[in-house]
Design a protein around this ligand. Sequence first.
Ligand SMILES: NC(=O)c1ccc[n+]([C@@H]2O[C@H](COP(=O)([O-])OP(=O)(O)OC[C@H]3O[C@@H](n4cnc5c(N)ncnc54)[C@H](OP(=O)(O)O)[C@@H]3O)[C@@H](O)[C@H]2O)c1
Length: 332
Amino acid sequence: MRTLIVGIGALGGTIATRAVSAGMPVWLATRTGDSARALRASGLRVSGVGGTAAAGSVQAAVVADYRDQHFDLILLATKAHEALEIAPFLSTLLTPGATLLCIQNGGVSQILSDRLGTLVLGGVSNLGATMIEPGVYEQRNAGHLLIGEIAGGLSERTTRVAETLRRAIETRVTPNLRGAVWAKLLLNCSVTTIGAVAARTMRQYMTSSTGREVFRKIYDETLSVALASGTRPERMIVEPIPPRDDYDGWILQIIDSYGDVKPSMLQDFERGRRTEIDFINGYVAQLGRRLGVPVPMNAAMTELVHRIEQGEVKPDPARLDDLLAGPLPIST
Ligand SMILES: NC(=O)c1ccc[n+]([C@@H]2O[C@H](COP(=O)([O-])OP(=O)(O)OC[C@H]3O[C@@H](n4cnc5c(N)ncnc54)[C@H](OP(=O)(O)O)[C@@H]3O)[C@@H](O)[C@H]2O)c1
């Protein structure tokens, strides 16, 4: 499969390095010409879990330069808002019956599938990666890519895409892609976003009654939206529906897995980068409104994150009190 990887950042770069070094026919698309030139000069290297791999010679170009070429598979590995912008152009680069695979967190694959149709295949990455510098990546865990049809069920093309990608990274197929997306969304909306606005890890913010209350409210609200949308969230680390008789044990299981991780959104705040909030809590709030499910916590969280992005307030444990106190004004 002629494969184009678009977005050679932490995740795209890690997958690209393993794919090129495995001898796959892979082309790389960057946002700027400078990035493409730098990658052609430096090649790619990955270290960490999964072992080291290197690709000395890579075919990299700015994405528009591929306008006269065609691919059997395009792996879209930019951030969410960039994915929405570039996907219509990428759909023109596909051979008949080819696939655009989206691996962003949150609602991206569903939104793109609504816009572009069945050429979109959804992916959930449990693989964690960071970019040390352009061309140099670190794989942080032994995670895998889970891919599937947005409409559900198994398909021959999903199997083919998985077989192709398996040469680079562990790739599994699910007949319940939406359930897998929501399993991760439930944890992103709660574990990650709460930690980001509080500037604390989950283990830290769950020591306060405010932290526990915000967690429970956001999680329950997100789960209500998932169920109202007809999705059956899959198990990811824990059962998606908290057990009534052992809620505390269920929380401890999540803390065991994610309790000490610095939220990626907090890193976005620190670097002054735009977050993916509109595709995480913002997506849930929008869908909840459409489905008639009350979403005050996800709506307030989305607004709070936007205010932090704009520099109006800072991430701090006091933000959790603000969320429980209701609408604006938020203390600085
Ligand atoms: N990293 C992880 O461990 C991980 C795990 C699970 C899911 N995800 C999801 O995967 C997605 C990518 O995350 P990431 O951490 O890899 O982000 P990242 O490091 O910011 O990489 C995104 C890359 O996309 C490039 N890009 C932006 N617009 C582009 C365009 N129009 N054409 C070509 N390239 C473009 C960016 O280039 P510039 O820097 O030049 O803008 C950057 O290199 C996100 O949705 C994230 O939620 C990541």
